[in-house]
Design a protein around this ligand. Structure first.
Ligand code: G4P
Length: 528
């Protein structure tokens, strides 16, 4: 039986990530969360805030970008009686498979939507990943200080496009120049918006009761219409239900403006109240509960340090049960090897600090000299392998051509090793000797080409290739599978891990192949 202090540590943790389309306001919200968590005193101080997010092929920029990603990958802060872990999901140009995989290491997500734009395509993709584990989702509709779309229409769009029921918790009073605050439908409280206070923490000015003289005065001409609107919203929208939220079927919705630091506090209050404490995880053999005392964790991301003077790699581990203590012995299960870990790091607000203790739900970094791979499980001795940390089918593909053909071996080795780090994947078609690299984000091609040159001394160029998407294929009927392999020979390739893959030149081609071969499973993800 685990002791109470131990359980308290785990129960107070809340580990989440933000999903959004670029420019919806993720960075701004992160800043305001750090302000509320008192990790920073004024907004605008988060590293890499401006300029850095638009990476170019210029190496210095890339290096800076990597540096920033490393240091701000995980932010931990206390809020009320919780310990909040916010995991960064790379966006903009450094959007990559890491972004998707980070979502396998959290217990819930915050979805940020630009109120003027509504649901955008990157959000749809990220939401699909969340759905793999029915991750609970809280929604923040941002930029109420601008002309936004009709909030009712926005909620309809969330429901129609993202296939999740929306339950508004707060409702905006006006918008743009007439934005006056938000009304909490459950506490019957108006939170008053005051312009120009975005950079520091401010008091929460409240008016109790919509049916009050104070409320009438604050809303002025908007009052009557707003009361009607609230009646409509109450009648037409879904009511919040905690169990449905925890099952990923309903999303509580908050409105506000991150830039003006308004509405974030209400959202964070809702988050720490409802978001799940560290959840258990499946392994090949059994379900591991987060409150078990024995330590276990898995690796979901490997970050290479781009500084040539410090050629280490950091492996990011989500602790799934028990606790990490500095100097403890861990079993690296894939290798069947015990290692003493004395130098794990935490990433609190920008700096890598040596960590003495960490609990289930936390993220720690292990120094890695090439032995740790994505998906690896570490335990205190039990033979376990966590599942649900997949490779995702890349969305962009390039053929790699060597400038010096004699360096083929080095190129293959380099691509293979880089694909083990997990941000790009390698495919070798059956019908020729080509090497095809697949990635989820554009910047990864540049990173690979730089690192091939720097670490493996091979120069390569990329060429366009006629591949639209990849699917890992498998089939229970060996005879049918043989026939499929013969007939589809030209489309098949082997990936970096030796798995058979169907490279489809178009979506239509993929659909037709799926129809023609109903016994073959075409998978968009593959477990490590
Ligand atoms: P991202 O990380 O999701 O990509 O978005 P980010 O926070 O960088 O915000 C994108 C742009 O939207 C920024 O403007 C930011 O200031 C603005 N923004 C964020 N929240 C709000 C809001 O509530 N209201 C308004 N009006 N704007 C908001 P930018 O001009 O691209 O950058 P910057 O020069 O302001 O940094």
């Amino acid at each position: 039986m685990a002791n109470q202090d131990f359980l308290n540590e785990i129960n107070k943790r809340r580990t989440f990530a933000i999903i959004s389309h670029p420019d919806a306001g993720k960075t701004t919200i992160t800043e305001k969360l750090l302000l509320l968590g008192q990790l920073i005193q004024t907004a605008g101080s988060v590293k890499g805030r401006k300029g850095d997010k638009h990476a170019t092929s210029d190496w210095m920029t890339m290096e800076q970008q990597r540096g920033i990603s490393i240091t701000s990958s995980v932010m931990q802060f206390p809020y009320k009686d919780r310990i909040v872990n916010l995991l960064d999901t790379p966006g903009h140009e450094d959007f990559s498979e890491d972004t998707y995989r980070t979502l396998t290491a959290v217990d819930s997500v915050l979805m940020v939507i630009d109120g003027a734009k509504g649901v955008e395509d990157r959000t749809i993709k990220l939401m699909d990943v969340c759905r793999l584990r029915d991750t609970p989702i809280l929604t923040f509709i941002n930029k109420m200080d601008r002309d936004i779309r009709d909030p009712i229409e926005l909620l309809d769009e969330v429901e129609d496009v993202l296939k999740i029921r929306a339950a508004p918790i707060t409702w905006p009073i006006g918008m743009s120049h007439f934005f006056k605050g938000v009304y909490n439908l459950y506490t019957d409280t108006i939170h008053v918006f005051i312009r120009g206070r975005g950079h520091t923490l401010t008091d929460d000015i409240q008016i109790k009761g919509l049916d009050s003289d104070e409320a009438r005065e604050h809303l002025g001409d908007l009052y009557d219409d707003f009361v009607d609107e609230i009646d409509l919203v109450k009648g037409a929208s879904h009511e919040f239900d905690l169990d449905e939220y925890l099952a990923g079927r309903i999303t509580p919705v908050f409105f506000g403006t991150a830039l003006s630091n308004f509405g974030i506090r209400e959202m964070l209050d809702g988050f720490v109240q409802w978001a799940p404490a560290p959840m258990g995880r499946g392994t090949l053999t059994r379900h591991v509960e987060s409150r078990e005392e024995a330590f276990s964790g898995f690796i979901f991301k490997i970050q290479a340090n781009m500084d040539p003077k410090h050629r280490d790699r950091v492996a990011f581990m989500r602790i799934c049960s028990g606790s990490y203590r500095k100097g403890m012995k861990m079993r690296h299960n894939r290798l069947g090897k015990d290692v003493k870990v004395t130098d794990a790091v935490s990433f609190t607000a920008g700096d890598r600090d040596s960590v003495d203790e960490a609990w289930s739900g936390d993220i720690i970094g292990l120094h890695n000299h090439g032995t740790i791979q994505i998906g690896d499980t570490f335990t205190e001795g039990e033979d376990l392998k966590f599942t649900g940390i997949p490779h995702f089918a890349p969305e962009l593909y390039r053929r790699v051509r060597l400038t010096d053909p004699l360096k083929m071996k080095a190129l293959q080795k380099g691509l293979q090793q880089l694909s083990e780090e997990g941000s790009t994947q390698l495919f070798m078609p059956q019908r020729n000797n080509e090497l095809i690299v697949g990635a989820v984000g554009q910047l990864q091609f540049e990173v690979v080409s730089y690192r091939l040159k720097d670490e493996y001394k091979v120069e390569c160029i990329y060429e366009a290739v006629n591949v639209n998407t990849a699917r890992w294929v498998e089939c229970d009927d060996p005879k049918k599978f043989e026939e499929f392999k013969r007939k589809c020979y030209d489309y098949l390739a082997v990936d970096g891990g030796g798995h058979l893959t169907y490279l489809a030149p178009t979506r239509v081609n993929l659909m037709m192949a799926e129809e023609k071969w109903p016994d073959v499973r075409f998978r968009a993800t593959r477990e490590h």
